[in-house]
Design a protein. Structure first.
Length: 295
């Protein structure tokens, strides 16, 4: 029997309505509107697409939303000064700098310059540290989306064997830390695999829940998956173009093969990616509430 397809699109729609309702409640009760600024340097097509999508969602939810476009040759000093301006702007509760940045700008320095209380991407070391000790203000958006997918479709992580393939700071490390915490949607036994893992299949075949963020198309095949496992595919890889000129996308999992063995699986597209920018909005909403003493 084929796996249940986990629709990120459906979960994202439910989260969107929840956020929209809370934005309206705060606005009506307190006269406060969540404020989000996205800073884009240059005209990288993928980055433009991502930022445009985030801005569209923010506006639809009733946020005060600013897209601040900067030229490709903006200096690091000017970009840091811009971030400091938004750090001091009371109507802006969340700051997102779209990555990657041009090579002449130190990304680490830029991310560290964001006020941790406005770091709605969850990448500041203060926020990562809080996550590790179980006192997170904001979870990084993709891991947050993964956890919400599991919780909202009723997949229990309590005592589950979770294997994460990939150790990036954006996905692998934070989701591993999130799932090993005590509490709902966590309390799992977590193994992290990576390019230095000697026998990847040995580990992946043990997983009750397999989360794959390897950055390589179809890296996980059916023979590497336990019968009945839940498979979360984080990968988005361009593998060609359609006759209509649209990009063909594939995940890090061989979807067609693995769906005949797994009990549930996320598609690409329509899976984790659908939820990610909703979690950004959820973080921005929480930042607003925290800054105004509403939480």
């Amino acid at each position: 029997m084929s796996a249940r397809i986990i629709s990120g699109t459906e979960v994202a729609a439910r989260i969107r309505e929840e956020i929209k309702g809370e934005v309206e409640r705060i606005r009506d009760a307190h006269g406060i509107v969540p404020g989000l600024v996205t800073i884009l340097v240059g005209k990288n097509p993928a980055s433009v697409s991502y930022v445009t999508g985030k801005q569209k969602t923010a506006k639809e939810l009733g946020f005060h939303s600013i897209q601040d476009d900067q030229p490709e040759d903006v200096t690091e000093e000017a970009l840091l000064a811009l971030i400091e301006k938004y750090n001091r702007t009371p109507s802006i509760h969340g700051i997102l700098v779209q990555l990657p940045l041009p090579k002449h700008i130190n990304e680490t320095k830029v991310l560290y310059a964001i006020d941790p209380g406005k770091d709605v991407d969850g990448f500041h070391p203060v926020n990562i540290g809080r996550l590790v000790i179980g006192e997170a203000l904001f979870f990084p958006c993709t891991p947050y989306g993964i956890q919400q997918l599991l919780v909202r479709i009723g997949i229990s992580t309590q005592g589950a064997e979770v294997v994460v393939v990939g150790r990036s700071n954006i996905v692998g490390k934070p989701i591993a830390n999130m799932l090993l915490q005590k509490g709902d949607g966590a309390n799992a036994t977590v193994t992290v695999c990576h390019t230095g893992t000697r026998d990847l299949a040995f580990h992946t075949r043990r997983a009750d829940i397999l989360i794959v963020a390897a950055g390589r198309p179809k890296a996980i095949t059916a023979d590497m998956v336990k019968e009945g496992a839940v498979v979360i595919d984080v990968g988005v890889n361009r593998i060609g173009m359609t006759a209509e000129g649209k990009a063909k996308l594939a995940g890090d999992v061989d979807f067609e093969g693995v769906k005949e063995k797994a009990s549930a699986i996320t598609p690409v597209p329509g899976g984790v990616g659908s939820v990610t920018n909703r979690m950004l909005m959820k973080n921005a909403l929480r930042a607003c509430k925290l800054q105004h003493g509403l939480e």
